[in-house]
Design a protein around this ligand. Sequence first.
Ligand code: AKB
Length: 316
Amino acid sequence: MKKILVTGCLGQIGTELVTELRKRYGKDNVVASDIRKPEGNAIVEGGIFEIIDVLDKEKMLQVAKKYEVDTIVHLAALLSAVAEAKPQLAWNINMGGLVNALEVARELNCKFFTPSSIGAFGPDTPKDSTPQDTIQRPKTMYGVTKVSGELLCDYYHTKFGVDTRGVRFPGLISYVAPPGGGTTDYAVDIYYEALKNGKYTSYIDKGTYMDMMYMPDAINAIITLMEADASKLKHRNAFNITAMSFEPSEIAAEIKKHIPEFEIEFKPDPIRQAIANSWPNSIDCTCAKKEWGFKAEYDLAKMTKDMLEKLKEKEA
Ligand code: AKB
């Protein structure tokens, strides 16, 4: 990776990815883009920034050519809960944006990364230690776009030789930028509410396990996979990766170690609970470890300590 275009850079992943890419590759070698350009935003003002609506392929191509990018990281997409509320829009943005970005990568011979998700699995998938290669029949529009996206990226690799790579992200937890409309967002909200109000009402019920990861591990995973030796990759789109699996009472118990008066109660939201019920309890990431050395540094205890410290500093 020498010159990298990132779409959807103002989202939860993009905000931290662009910061890290600018650090590692130099700020003139990262082209951050999003559909909006908010005033005073650190990502907008910290380096190259272009407005790109991912449904406008010509604009994306023009920007990619202008900066002679050799890598595209395509992040612009709707998350699971929003996609379930607006399924047609989710199909248009998630698939329309992806095919445009893949076309630009094909035309300019760029390396390509786009995230898939644990949402690419469904109720028929084995729930525990979910294998890399298994049944993928999701019942959500988000899942449909993620499975289709995995297949499309594989197709562009085998048919056109585009160097496509991806991971199936679990729920991502971070203190920098908020997630927007996912099912796993409760695991971010809970930290904010713990510090602000000392209590949290969880829209995901107790006993509902899902895979999760702290953002620094997610950012590292993207960069490590993109820098990995292509000859070692048996899989491409997309690798199972995870750092931990917990249910709401377990994250609450961990928070209680730092804020003893913290209380959690449960008021499951039927839509997001149904989505969570259709996802695995915990996925197996042996292939990612073997093929490109995936490793996570943060478990629930280490993440909770860091999240609470960083949020306290941020809110001070
Ligand atoms: C969501 O909840 O939609 C995302 C995901 C797991 O893909 N965080």
